[in-house]
Design a protein around this ligand. Structure first.
Ligand code: BTN
Length: 326
């Protein structure tokens, strides 16, 4: 959807009355026939727009897509979501957001897609991204912090998502799995992939990519045992615009606080309360080695704190944690 189409949609969405072609052409500096072309594009996209001669245009039901017109009225943010770039299909919202960030897009810009043809997960994995069901979005940040602090953002955004899920579906009991997953009933509901461009003392930008399985009614056979969706867990359809806005509304104040602090200390009690790994025996798979231990907490720097088999306390800053049965 191009920018004027999206702006016309936002205008219609925020006014319950008919708006004449003349008013719209005047407000957007385009001809009345151009207004009509944008209306046709919106109808092709599934929007019900009444058109009555002498009265103008009025928007019927919304589509439930995570577009600017449906997300923005629900936002309670200063910067996050001011610019929302929506795509029916994207390769990967992280890739598009990195390109936009490189071109100077402001902090808080969002790239969101209804499906991804090359959705990316951690460790070079694919993020399965079927159309029209789930949330796939990336947020551009420009934190003025040394790059060593950036990995903390993954846990910070996990807190925001956890709070958003609690606000919208209080009956669920999501848990945060260090460093980047949200699980419900032991199955993955959401993943976070942060990518940055930086020098040691300077972070140019960070792209926070978030994938949440929302209204997917069945998982592919190979993921059935390890992945789930909000619909599968709660039995209810969830509004994607509302979930996106709620995550951003939760995340912006946390991010502002984090910028004022040196670490995650202010949010550690929350992280530890909802940490799926707390007090569990785990194996951490790193590139060339495995580390075993019992999780004793999360350090203020965002590392996982383990007591290893020699009873020494060690900090793990990267890798994948797997629960051990014995
Ligand atoms: C993981 O758990 O491996 C991280 C998954 C992150 C997936 C999201 S979907 C939106 C954004 N765009 C991508 O290509 N990846 C992230």
């Amino acid at each position: 959807m191009n920018d004027i189409t999206s702006l016309i949609l936002t205008r219609l969405a925020t006014d319950p009355h008919f708006l004449s072609g003349e008013i719209l052409s005047h407000e957007f500096g385009i001809t009345r026939s151009a207004v009509w072309k944008h209306i046709r594009l919106l109808r092709n996209d599934g929007y019900q727009i009444e058109a009555i001669t002498g009265k103008g245009y009025r928007l019927g039901a919304m589509t439930g897509r995570p577009i600017q017109a449906e997300v923005q009225p629900l936002l309670n943010c200063q910067r996050f979501g001011n610019q929302l770039h929506y795509h029916r299909v994207a390769t990967s919202t992280n890739l598009l957001a990195k390109a936009l960030a490189g071109e100077g897009a402001p902090e808080g810009s969002i790239v969101v897609a209804d499906s991804q043809s090359a959705g990316r997960g951690r460790m070079g994995r694919t993020w399965v991204s079927p159309p029209d069901l789930n949330l796939y979005f990336s947020l551009i940040l420009r934190p003025a912090v040394p790059s060593i602090r950036v990995p903390q953002l993954t846990l910070l955004v996990a807190v925001a998502i956890h709070r958003a899920l609690h606000a919208l579906s209080p009956e669920l009991a999501p848990m945060i799995k260090w460093p980047n997953d949200i699980l419900v009933n032991g199955k993955k509901l959401c993943g976070v992939l942060c990518e940055m461009q930086s020098e040691p003392d300077l972070t140019h930008f960070v792209v926070v990519g978030i994938g949440i399985n929302v209204n997917q009614h069945e998982m592919p056979a190979e993921l059935e045992k390890i992945a789930t969706s909000l619909l599968l867990e709660s039995g209810k359809q969830c509004s994607r615009p509302e979930l996106l806005a709620t995550v951003l509304n939760q995340f912006e104040p946390l991010y502002n606080e984090w910028l004022l602090q040196n670490d995650l200390g202010f949010i550690l009690p929350y992280l530890e309360k909802y940490s799926m790994l707390q007090s569990k025996r785990v194996t951490i798979d790193q590139r060339n080695q495995h580390v075993n231990g019992i999780v004793t907490g999360i350090a203020p720097g965002g590392e996982l704190q383990l007591q290893n088999d020699d009873s020494a306390i060690i900090l793990i800053s990267s890798g994948e944690a797997n629960l051990r049965k014995t």
